[in-house]
Ligand binder design. Structure first.
Ligand code: TNX
Length: 766
């Protein structure tokens, strides 16, 4: 009896101890971490000790004391000479590199030691995560622990586009604070683009004064904004003065954050051209762009013009003087080279320099930029387009269009930074687009970010050394407020922090989610906006030998899935998902995520299944399916799974050509209707076919037309799904051929006159 009592008491103390442990939930996960018994209490008897001759240590100590004071009111500097110490120690610590640290907490001391101030700062950041997030009168209790920690990658980046929308110096500092808290060390500051020039340049004041202001159309979404007209007042914008920039650079340096400035050239330069029209090929005056409407605007600099290079020499000199970073980003992305084709100066340059074409002209431009930057003892970095026409000799490549550019550059022994759109563009959706604030598109959920691996399989051991690290980019066409900036990066930047800092083998999705809960509480206390997660159930349908089933999963922390197959809205009384669902008739499957007996998905995920006579049958195509839109394989049109309103998922895409599909039913079957389901998504150049012709054949060679069905909907319809259908008196059929006629983009469309896409799924044969 007594022993049972002690056992229960033991459990009680064990759980007390565990709950103390749970308070330490460091992100990114340290290399090694041990929690010991006891704690150190930071109070009015605690002093701060450091070696004042250590480089930058005094500033770091002040930063540390400032933080402690902000959460407790305790001024460590007033407590000199007391018995309990916090010590910042610069000393030789083997095996932890430049940015690593040791943090040892005992009941009488807290010691952070490192080889450099950077490491000391990271030790502090880990310590801060054990403390309250906001001002408190409670005791500052730090559990006894030992941490030995250092980063996996040396480029741990976050990017912010301040051109598409201008953000105040305060927001920029807040962004840097968040970066520092999660041990990012590189802030890529995208300072110029077509829609705004955001940095004061003394020699060319109009860059900021004219290029920094545009007519305000923030009430309309990016792509729908009209261009400015003469006489309208440019009231939206702003720029950073050189004084503000210096302050921000120093603010970042104190947190071991280096700012890599980007002035995007030779494309994305419409704002500069608005200020100084001599920079473009046409030299025509223009007003700053208000959004995504480029009609009639110049956005390229003219690489045929010597005055353009003189201008760049001056501008970059000022920039390099302001930013001590080793790297200077020159952009280089998305240059529409067609204006260069019609420019006499550009053509003369091509001739004089014996260049093959406009790609080589871009490469010539970038190489001159590199000379300029290297001449000032810095390194040049640019987006992966700088590979086109030949890479500059020492360039570092930022791979954004997937990883291909990064892989190519690493194979050429060039350094690379991985920032692939999928999954580290944080302007993309992080949850179900149906319930998220409007974003530019895409889908990069927390889990996808967490599972990102910056070292591509294609690289061998030698080549992987060229991968400096990874970075997330925050483009701001659809992000107009500081709150929205917070929301888009939180919590995804915590996932990325763990990708770029923690050892690969320490990454653990469930453990990360456990630790994340503490950080959510801190965000709540600080009033930071953040996404609560992706609650969209992932429905993975599969078909095998004519049988259909579906697996369901949710990313939600401690989430379960409930579903229906009768078309009704899933509730807590619906079926709980435990094993793959057999689909044995045509139906719609709807599913929701449930956490703590609460339905979290505002809109259920749904998937249509159709049972019909062609399921699993072979389809051949006269024109090839686009390799980008293969859906789930060659027989996707007869797999019983219908395309949803999400592009790419289960749709077969055909670019520029007709969809001509022939189905071999294997034997004669009694058929009375055929349907081809198609999608229209105007903004993505996807149009319903002009018409669909239905034919049948007994031998697969001679076809007989049943009927041609025209598209009843307007080509200007923004979004639509339509079933082209033919019904007839039942007859025995072996081969079916459908021909869907492709459209050109209609007048007024951004691709006017160019071939559109056909998206089809499924061909239903009954
Ligand atoms: C592509 S990433 C761009 C940006 C856009 C972004 C939107 C890159 C080098 N160029 O100009 O803002 O997509 O996601």
């Amino acid at each position: 009896m007594l022993s049972k009592y002690f056992f229960i008491l033991g459990l009680f103390f064990l759980s007390l101890h565990l709950s103390a442990q749970q308070q330490v939930n460091i992100i990114p996960q340290p290399v090694s971490f041990h929690l010991n018994n006891g704690s150190f209490i930071i109070d009015n008897k605690t002093s701060l000790k450091f070696n004042a001759s250590g480089k930058g240590l005094k500033e770091a100590a002040r930063f540390f004391a400032g933080y402690i004071e902000s959460v407790s009111g305790i001024n460590l500097f007033e407590n000199a000479g007391t018995s309990k110490v916090i010590e910042l120690k610069l000393e030789k610590v083997p095996g932890i590199g430049d940015e690593g640290y040791l943090l040892i907490v005992t009941p009488v001391s807290i010691i952070i030691s490192a080889n450099s101030t950077a490491g000391i700062i990271y030790g502090m950041q880990s310590l801060f995560q054990t403390l309250p997030a906001v001002r408190t009168n409670a005791a500052l209790t730090v559990p006894c622990l030992e941490i030995r920690d250092y980063p996996r990658f040396k480029w741990r980046g976050m990017h912010l586009d301040v051109s598409r929308h201008f953000f105040s110096p305060e927001l920029v500092k807040e962004y840097i604070d968040l970066m520092a808290a999660y041990k990012f060390n590189t802030f890529h500051w995208h300072l110029t683009d077509d829609q705004g020039w955001r940095i004061e340049i003394k020699k060319y004041p109009k860059l900021a004064q004219v290029g920094g202001w545009r007519v305000d159309h923030t009430d309309l979404v990016w792509g729908q904004r009209p261009q400015a007209v003469d006489g309208e007042a440019p009231t939206y914008g702003g720029y950073y003065t050189q004084q503000q920039i210096k302050e921000i650079v120093a603010y970042a340096a104190l947190r071991n954050v280096t700012i890599v400035p980007e002035l995007d050239v030779p494309g994305h330069s419409a704002a500069a051209i608005a200020a100084y029209p001599f920079l473009s090929c046409t030299q025509q005056p223009q007003l700053p762009l208000t959004g995504g409407n480029y009609t009639g605007m110049s956005s390229n600099l003219c690489p045929g013009s010597d005055s353009v290079f003189l201008f760049l020499q001056d501008v970059y000199s000022e920039v390099i003087n302001l930013f001590p970073a080793q790297y200077i980003h020159i952009g280089g992305d998305e240059v529409d080279k067609s204006p260069w084709k019609n420019c006499t100066k550009c053509q003369a340059r091509i001739k004089a320099e014996s260049l093959k074409d406009e790609d080589e002209l871009q490469s010539y431009f970038i190489k001159r930029m590199e000379k300029l930057i290297v001449g000032k003892h810095r390194k040049m970095i640019g987006w992966d387009e700088i590979l086109e026409g030949g890479l500059a000799p020492e360039a570092t490549v930022m791979s954004w269009r997937g990883e291909a550019g990064g892989i190519a550059a690493a194979k050429m022994n060039h350094d690379v930074v991985m920032t692939p759109g999928n999954p580290v563009y944080f302007d993309h959706y992080q949850g179900d687009p149906a319930t998220e604030p409007l974003a530019i598109g895409g889908f990069n959920s927390l889990k996808r970010v967490y599972e990102y691996e910056p070292i591509p399989k294609e690289l061998d051991e030698q080549q992987t050394k060229f991968v400096l690290g990874a970075q997330a980019n925050l483009w701001t066409e659809y992000i107009t407020t500081a709150e929205q900036v917070e929301y888009m990066v939180l919590p995804r930047m915590l996932a990325l922090a763990e990708v770029v800092w923690s050892p690969k083998e320490k990454r653990n999705w469930n453990g990360f989610n456990d630790r994340l809960q503490t950080h959510f509480r801190a965000f709540d206390q600080k009033g930071l906006h953040y996404s609560k997660g992706n609650f969209k159930v992932d429905i993975k349908p599969a078909s095998q030998n004519g049988l259909l089933f579906a697996t369901l999963s949710t990313e939600a922390y401690k989430g379960e899935v409930y579903y229906t197959t009768d078309g009704s809205q899933p509730t807590l009384q619906s079926k709980k998902y435990t094993e793959p669902v057999d689909i044995n008739s045509s139906l719609v499957l709807k599913a929701v995520s449930v956490v703590n007996a609460k339905i979290m998905s505002l809109v259920p995920a749904q998937q249509f299944f159709v049972m019909h006579k062609a399921i699993g049958k072979n389809v051949t195509y006269t024109n090839p399916v686009s390799r980008y839109y293969m859906a789930d394989g060659p027989n996707s049109l007869t797999d019983g799974i219908r395309g949803t309103n999400v592009i790419g998922k289960y749709w077969h895409g055909f670019s520029g050509k007709d969809l001509i599909a022939t189905i071999d039913l294997g034997e004669e079957k009694n058929i009375q209707s055929i349907i081809v389901g198609c999608l229209q998504n105007y903004n993505d150049w996807i149009f319903l076919p002009q018409s669909v012709k239905f034919e049948t054949s007994a031998n697969g060679a001679d076809f007989e037309e049943l009927q041609t069905v025209s598209n009843p909907l307007s080509i200007n319809e923004k979004k639509a799904q339509y079933d082209f259908k033919v019904t007839f008196a039942a007859k025995a059929i072996k081969y079916i051929r459908v021909t869907a006629k492709n459209n050109l983009c209609p007048p007024g469309h951004s691709g006017e006159g160019k071939p559109g896409w056909i998206f089809a799924d499924e061909i239903i044969v009954e």
